[in-house]
Design a protein around this ligand. Structure first.
Ligand code: ZN
Length: 482
């Protein structure tokens, strides 16, 4: 495990990364599909060691019995050091020790963590909810690649005028973190900068609030199929969802169109509803996530290898060179034109949003090596630059819903979405903001930072990375041939 992680990422396996791996165990087959060669190589190296241990000993050295527990003492000592230093302190040790020590530490943490009972809804409602409330969480869409945020950005339809709705653009805002699971969990449980672990562990979910407000709950998941759950969702949470949609028979290419269609159907129903959608968006691989008619930006990545893949794939043929990344960025733009642009064209042209409020964002941004650096990963990096946390944030109000100003800067972030949803559901906004922080109608300034140590524990604090202009990698206008 330790060697495999190093082979794949080129980074040291920290305790935070170890926990991320454990939490992502449902995707072990995807990891194998993507990094099989490297994992086999790591296994071969480890087997060599096993073989060495298994060889019959010649000239056996007679060690006294009292030395037998030494390996256990070593692992226990490292675990103790890790405990005292918040998971840090295993760098430079032989590969056999850190993972065992991490596993021991995780076991201890697990055994000592109280089995907490999730709280019920504790807020009072002071008004009727908006008829339909929609939260669209896109996948891997960088805010600064969209036309609403950059003059050379990809056309999304959000910059046009649409009859009967007001579109408010908050610009490029910080996500919660730069990995899907953390952002999605904190969005659904109202995590704040100061208190997200408790909220996720024992707070009521947004579904509970919606149901308590008398709304039907709808979850549209375009990423997984066959009822598979992701982004930290479990059966306890699913039990609060009235209608759960996945599109098993729909090709990945057209699943986001189905999301638009389904939202249009849901908001046309007379009963009030709260809808969350996880889109396909623009996760790696982006070779085939747009139809030929959307191949506007060229040269793009070779086509045809990844038509069935939602979000992982063998990276063969993608060498991480500057030219590969240039093609990647072009394919990424084509993907955005289709999965964001055509999505909104379809949604805004077909759905009657007059009594709806819709919030659009992405789970995290992307590092697309605009600076010419090499590497393979686009997000979830341990030491990311600003781009991995730079996401779009748009609020769309139908004619019957109180609109916000059209251009708003400086007070947007993922953290303001949950209290905004509560306000839309009719919960006492004053009380909601005391608990969940300011919402999107609040003009106070919001820090421009996202959390790069989401699994902070053992006394460690979250680490905050800025998304200001200096840390963002700006896309090169020269990527595309004219
Ligand atoms: Zn993601």
């Amino acid at each position: 495990m330790f060697t495999g992680f190093g082979q794949v990422t080129g980074q040291f396996l920290t305790y935070d990364a170890f926990i991320n791996l454990l939490n992502s165990r449902a995707f072990v087959d995807d990891a194998y599909a993507q990094y099989g060669g490297k994992l086999w190589w790591s296994a071969a190296l480890s087997l060599l060691l096993l073989l060495g241990i298994g060889l019959p000993a010649r000239g056996r050295l007679a060690l006294p019995n009292w030395l037998a527990p030494v390996p256990y003492v070593v692992v226990a000592s490292i675990a103790a050091i890790l405990f005292l230093r918040g998971g840090e302190g295993a760098r430079g040790l032989p590969a056999s020790y850190p993972t065992l020590a991490y596993a021991s530490l995780y076991g201890i943490e697990f055994a000592l963590s109280p089995n907490r009972i999730r709280e019920g809804v504790y807020l009072q409602r002071t008004s009727e909810p908006v008829d339909h409330i929609v939260l669209v969480i896109d996948e891997s869409v960088s805010g600064h690649y969209l036309d609403i945020n950059s003059p050379s950005g990809v056309e999304t339809g959000l910059s046009r005028q649409w009859p009967g709705i007001t579109i408010s653009n908050f610009g490029v805002v910080p996500s919660i973190t730069n990995c899907s699971i953390g952002s999605n969990l904190a969005l659904r449980f109202g995590g704040t900068r100061e208190n997200y672990r408790n909220r996720i562990a024992a707070g009521p979910s947004i579904w509970a609030f919606a149901k308590s407000a008398g709304m039907k709950t709808v979850y549209i998941d375009a990423q997984r199929t066959g009822g598979a759950l992701h982004n930290g969702m479990n059966d306890e949470e699913v039990a609060l969802i009235d209608r759960f949609f996945q599109f098993d028979d729909e090709p990945v290419l057209t699943r986001d169109s189905r999301v638009a269609e389904q939202i249009a159907i849901e908001v046309s129903k007379p009963e009030p509803s709260f809808i969350v959608a996880n889109k396909v968006g623009a996760h790696f691989p982006v070779h085939d996530k747009f139809p030929d008619e959307y191949m506007t930006y060229r040269p793009t990545l070779p086509r045809g290898q990844f038509t069935d893949v939602s979000d992982t794939g063998n990276r063969e043929g993608f060498d991480g060179s500057a030219e590969s990344w240039r093609q990647y960025r072009n394919a990424y733009r084509n993907t955005i034109a289709w999965n964001v642009g055509a999505f909104f064209d379809r949604l805004l042209a077909t759905a009657d949003l007059s009594s709806s409020a819709l919030i659009y964002t992405s789970d995290h941004g992307q590092n697309l090596r605009e600076d010419g650096s090499s590497g393979l990963s686009t997000h979830c990096n341990a030491d990311p630059g600003g781009s991995e946390g730079a996401v779009p944030l748009v609020y769309i109000a139908g004619a019957d819903v109180l609109p916000l100003a059209k251009e708003i800067r400086g007070n947007g972030s993922h953290y303001r979405i949950f209290p905004t949803l509560l306000r839309l559901m009719g919960y006492d906004p004053k009380r909601a903001q005391q608990i969940y922080g300011p919402d999107l109608s609040d003009t106070s300034e919001e820090p421009e930072t996202f959390n790069t140590r989401f699994n902070a524990r053992l006394g460690q604090l979250p680490q905050w990375q800025s998304i200001d202009a200096e840390t963002l990698l700006i896309p090169d206008d020269q990527d595309a041939e004219n």
